[in-house]
Design a protein around this ligand. Sequence first.
Ligand code: SF4
Ligand code: SF4
Length: 170
Amino acid sequence: MFNPCILCNASCCKDYLISVTSFDIQRIIKKTRRMFEEIATLESLNLLNFDNDTILECYERNLRYDYILALKSHPCIFLEKNKCKIHKFAPLVCKLYPHNFAGKIAKRTRCPCASEFFFKLKGPDSDLEKYKKQVLEYKKIVAKWNKKKGEKEECVNFLLNRTNAKLQSF
Ligand code: SF4
Ligand code: SF4
């Protein structure tokens, strides 16, 4: 199967903040046996425009700060010699890119191979539908967290514990 990414210097893995779900993180922790703190972070939202349903609201002295869950990025912690070390179980955003969630090539993408032709040659990814369902579950977990109005320090454990419970019930 042809992989268009072999033609590229992995600019997407270097330039972007890699936003993930807690399901991506649990899978990567399990497969790599690394700790959350080594691979991921809660990134301040600042001016970045992400899906509102994945914004994590954390409180400190009654002030609200917004974060998103992300791999350690710029470049991504799993990029080595322009190749992804976790290709088989990479996060959903990586499996989708340069397509968006709706399956369209993302506007203003910097991917040099962003043509349907190249990515059709890549063939289907059997995990994609499962990961997309996990996004919906992740959004429910985020909504529960936001209701709680908790502090940032508790947030990661909350996400990972809820995700584990959900994975066990699948
Ligand atoms: S998705 Fe595009 S930018 Fe990213 S590694 Fe593949 S070809 Fe390069
Ligand atoms: S997980 Fe892999 S594909 Fe995704 S940004 Fe990191 S190196 Fe690139």
